[in-house]
Design a protein around this ligand. Sequence first.
Ligand SMILES: [Zn+2]
Length: 58
Amino acid sequence: MTSPAPTPAPSPSQVGPCTGCQEPTVRYGPGGSPLCTTCAAALNAWRDSQGKPGSVRA
Ligand SMILES: [Zn+2]
């Protein structure tokens, strides 16, 4: 049995500053997003609070 690795470390070439907070995040490649998970969650929470349909797909 080998130990599982569900979240492999991203390639440095896929990492860039979050457009919201400038913290390093995976911006490129599969699963990449211009917003870090914190900012994406904050944006989704804000959208929910506005009562409008739609959400950011990571
Ligand atoms: Zn951010």
